[in-house]
Design a protein around this ligand. Structure first.
Ligand SMILES: O=C(O)c1cc(=O)[nH]c(=O)n1[C@@H]1O[C@H](COP(=O)(O)O)[C@@H](O)[C@H]1O
Length: 281
């Protein structure tokens, strides 16, 4: 059997063809209400299907946030399965935002749940938390390499509370966030054109020039739109690494629904602003 094409190569191609924008599928109860949908599993299904049908054929990445589906129990998870499958069938890469992290032996099961080819929730990549120690993620790294999928490791998160952990300085003088970026640089070494092991770094964080963000893999940058960052902020925050940034917008797009045309227009506007901001002059 031939080895599957690595996630990083697939992502680079999708970014080049479709632009770098990642649209989040975050069915908040408040958004369901704004869209005139009930806060139940039928509303969830209508919401998710509308987003997928409107934008999955246009954007590089869709990022369903698992919690909003888990809220409805097994029927919500069934909607999540269909959302992932329909988004992938329409040509988008799916980044499952489940932020898993546990001791290695349990982490292996989380990896099987999302990154094994035969799993009902098989996705192109998964968000993971390294705060049980980066090494606890090894089973997920191994399965991602085998299945041609990727990981996005929380390094410097967009929320203001993240700093108390991620900016903490270790005995060797490096911050925890920088340590995570260092692990990722090793993981991605030699991978061309882009490694499969990404970092999550908030677009809200201002000047990050003291961090080496150029670690050979993609950077998921949430925080644009509802959390206050804009596409124009990206070059100042990410510097040279901006070419590998996958900016995420969830509520900033979703609040324009439920009309497909309005969702597509919002996506187009963000995509254009991102293109303008990240294209070298
Ligand atoms: O991993 C993430 O996706 C993530 C990391 C982070 O540091 N900050 C962050 O906001 N996110 C997610 O990105 C999305 C942001 O949503 P909006 O603020 O509505 O654009 C949510 O699904 C968050 O859970």
């Amino acid at each position: 059997m031939t080895a599957p094409e690595p996630f990083g190569a697939r992502l680079r191609r999708a970014m080049d063809e479709r632009g770098a924008l990642c649209v989040g599928i975050d069915p908040h109860a408040s958004l369901l209400a704004e869209w005139g949908l009930n806060d139940d599993v039928n509303g969830l299904e209508r919401f998710s299907r509308t987003v997928v049908e409107a934008v999955a054929g246009r954007v590089a990445v869709l990022k369903p946030q698992s919690a909003f589906f888990e809220r409805f129990g097994s029927r919500g998870v069934a909607v999540l399965e269909r959302t992932v499958q329909e988004a992938r069938a329409a040509g988008a890469l799916v980044l499952m935002d489940a932020k898993r992290g546990d001791i290695g032996s349990t982490m292996a099961a989380y990896a099987e749940a999302f990154l094994h080819r035969d799993a009902p929730l098989f996705s192109d990549a998964l968000t993971v938390s390294p705060y049980l120690g980066y090494g606890s993620l090894s089973p997920a790294v191994a399965l991602a390499r085998e299945s041609g999928t990727g990981l996005f490791v929380l390094a410097l998160t967009s929320n203001p509370e993240g700093g108390e952990v991620q900016h903490a300085v270790r005995a060797d003088g490096r911050t925890i966030g920088a340590t995570m970026l260092g692990h990722l640089a090793l993981e991605n070494a030699g991978e061309e054109p882009l490694g499969s092991f990404g970092a999550v770094v908030g677009a809200t964080l201002g000047d990050l020039s003291s961090y080496d963000l150029d670690m050979g893999g993609p950077i998921l940058a949430p925080g644009i739109g509802a959390q206050g960052a804009t596409p124009a902020d990206l070059p100042a925050v990410f510097g040279r690494a901006v070419r590998n940034v996958v900016p995420n917008v969830s509520r900033g797009v979703l609040r324009h629904g439920p009309e497909a045309v309005a969702l597509r227009d919002a996506v187009e506007r963000f995509a254009e602003e991102i293109r303008a901001a990240v294209t070298p002059a």
